[in-house]
Write a protein that binds this ligand. Sequence first.
Ligand code: PLP
Length: 393
Amino acid sequence: MKINTHYLDLEESYLFSEIAHRVARYTEEHPEADVIRMGIGDVTLPLCEAAVQALHSAADDQSKKESFHGYGPEQGYDFLRDAVCRYYAKMGVTVDVDDIFIGDGAKSDVGNILDLFDKDNTVLIPDPVYPVYRDTNVMAGRRIVYADANRENGFLPMPDPTVKADIIYLCSPNNPTGAVYSRPQLAEWVKYANDQDAVLLFDAAYEAFVRDPELPRSIYEIEGARTCAIEFCSLSKTAGFTGMRCGYTVVPSELTRGGASLRALWLRRQTTKFNGASYPIQKAAAAVFTPEGMAGCRANLEVYRENARMIAGTLDELGIWYVGGINSPYIWMQCPNGMTSWEFFDFLLEKAHIVGTPGSGFGKNGEGFFRLTAFGSPEGTKEAMRRLKELLG
Ligand code: PLP
């Protein structure tokens, strides 16, 4: 018996446990400190009313023989796939219902999609990055090359034609940086992927935060994307579904590699290893896409957006360099006075009782940067920004 020894190559993921440890130690020593948490990547507002109603009604369905639902289609119920299809259409993007796969969130699908690809592929991942892209490939023993994101390129690395890659990850709006690719920039990535016969894995988990109509929310807004890109989306941040678990993945019929349809392979993978997202959750998800559901979600998003605006406005006033915040719930700021990410973490915790996330935890290029999130309460965010101005002004 041999284990998958690639698991032993994973670096200890100590970022959030180290943050929790330092905060716990500080609050133990200073019980009077009113600590404001701006490090969380989880939503804090409840579900919209339409989703809650749908959950209740789906529970009732399950209580009666006539409306009871057992196993559903592995790729999702048609009522939800149709709703997702119409959501794309409203963005001006045509997606075929058969290209849409409902899942239990973007994280699982981002990891599971790798079942379709050979171990010997080279993977291109931006740095800093959502750690799941890196770790799922380390687990499979794939070779990883990094695209450097930094202040010079606005944390939006562009393709280097001298670098050969088979699988490419892009996340826009980005976690952790909040940076968003423009249409011409994504067009370059799509061309690069098609030229190399690579597959582009596009994570659009934060698309709903894009407010600038000039910025793309889906990779399929870019010509040529249907022959190279798979898109991952989630209701987690759009509709507060982090504890509900529902997302969708789009694999276009035109996407073929090695003579095989990736959509057919993904369907085979899902029907073999996945038994579908639960009926009540899919009912609630479908309610999110109704006009009432969309209005409820927009109201919540507006609260987070206002928080982001407050944070960005404060950094503008302080003359601190940052990206994100306008079309994203994340703000990625440069640590002041040349501090390292962890030095600034301790400084902010001790002097202003604010908790953020050290950028170095997301990759080597994150050193010297710091992530603040807009998912807190408006009162907490306002008070944190008052303290930040007092501390750094
Ligand atoms: N993709 C990115 C970039 C994320 O930041 C997250 C969650 O934080 C996910 C995917 C996971 O989303 P889900 O809750 O749908 O699994």
